[in-house]
Design a protein around this ligand. Structure first.
Ligand SMILES: Cc1cc2nc3c(=O)[nH]c(=O)nc-3n(C[C@H](O)[C@H](O)[C@H](O)COP(=O)(O)O)c2cc1C
Length: 172
């Protein structure tokens, strides 16, 4: 099975998760590349696609990438975000990404926290109405950490197992 791990990452958090996923797959036929370097999506049966949550949403480059995928391709989504994992905010963006993936087999999704750029935190701290969010964002410092990356590896192996089952089923 040809696998692509692709990501959009401005400051390296989503890249770190993408690398953990690639390492966990231990499959020879796995390529990892930034979204902007993916010329063709043909031939990949399983695609892991990762992004940082930007303004509660999926970044435009990722939106456009998901739209390029072909019906029947299997997709696993992952994202990083400053907000706490148990809140609604991170789920919103993943739901949005799943909504874009019409006709695709979305196998699973994974999210974890990612350190937020200091410049953004400083900016938010100066606006009283955003101070609570600024404090929350600041607490994402040190993420993704080892535990997050271990969870990402478990996610990747689970996705692979499910994808292989799908392939067997379709062959019968
Ligand atoms: C322009 C911008 C908007 C962001 N908006 C959100 C947001 O709405 N919710 C959130 O939880 N984190 C938000 N973040 C934080 C990032 O999602 C988080 O730091 C992420 O891990 C960055 O990933 P990267 O290093 O791969 O770019 C935002 C960051 C930036 C730069």
């Amino acid at each position: 099975m040809k696998i692509l791990v692709t990501y959009f990452s401005k400051t390296g958090n989503t890249l770190a998760v993408a690398e953990a996923i690639r390492d966990a797959l231990q499959q020879e036929d796995t390529e990892i590349k930034p979204i902007k370097e993916v010329e063709s999506v043909e031939g990949y049966s399983l695609i892991f696609c990762g992004f940082p949550v930007h303004a509660h949403s999926v970044p435009v480059a990722v939106h456009n990438f998901i739209k390029r995928l072909k019906s029947g391709q299997k997709l696993a989504l992952f994202s990083t975000h400053g907000a706490k994992t148990d809140g609604q905010m991170p789920k919103q963006a993943v739901h949005q990404a799943v909504g874009l993936a019409k006709g695709l087999e979305v196998i699973d999704s994974f999210t974890c926290r990612g350190q937020v750029e200091q410049e953004i935190i400083d900016d938010l701290m100066n606006k009283p109405e955003h101070r609570a969010w600024a404090m929350e964002a600041a607490s994402a410092k040190s993420h993704p950490d080892e535990a997050d990356l271990a969870d990402a590896r478990v996610f990747a192996r689970g996705v692979l197992k499910k994808a292989l089952k799908f392939e067997d089923f379709n062959k019968k």
